[in-house]
Design a protein around this ligand. Sequence first.
Ligand code: FES
Length: 243
Amino acid sequence: MGASQSDARDVATCLNLIPDSYTFIPVDLGNCCAHLFHRLEPDGFIMSQQSSQGVSRRGFLKGSGAAVAVSTVVSSTEAEAAAPGLQVVSGETSITLKVNGKSMTAKVEPRTTLLDVLRYQFDLTGAKPVSLGGSSGASTVLIGGKAVMASTTLALAVAGKEVTTCESLGGDAVPAAFVEHDAQQCGFCTPGFVVAVRAFLNKYPNATEEQIRAGLNGNICRCGTYANILQAVVSLVKGNSNG
Ligand code: FES
């Protein structure tokens, strides 16, 4: 099986896990999809089971803003059958992203992830390639204000969208609270946590401790600094920080 066919199979697998209520659909090229949908979502935060509202592959191609990206990993014939006139991208192409308020151009192939673009073309190395399947949360960035894993998001799917990385949060109250509460050891997980906390607090500024634990469960700290991270976020809630 060629690489593109293999990718298409993985995409199709992912589609069965995507509920209708999600507007942005990250695509996982690895073997770990479920984590993508476990975090920072309203009404309970966690969806640990396969959705009963999955969309069909064809419905996804027709209805999603990520259709161009997906069409790159299915055959041209298949894509056209699904949605006549759909643009099929192959090989290298240029896309423009709005990253931290600046327009930036990247050369990408259909398989290129957002994380690769950020780190190796834009030199924004805050988001980390810890778990390429997205299970660590270390590559968390915001797309249109929503926290997603850059490691499991195809760059083509975010062309023209607003991307916010931890580099833009230097003056934010979140990293200051992490410093104040000594909420890091090696610091490898910290950029992902900082972005995830900012997204979480934007949505739930009055969250309880229990909600904070649930809302941040997509981020893992191998050094086990969770108690301090929790203290940092609680202090932000008490200060009702919006950054
Ligand atoms: S501080 Fe080391 S992984 Fe979190």
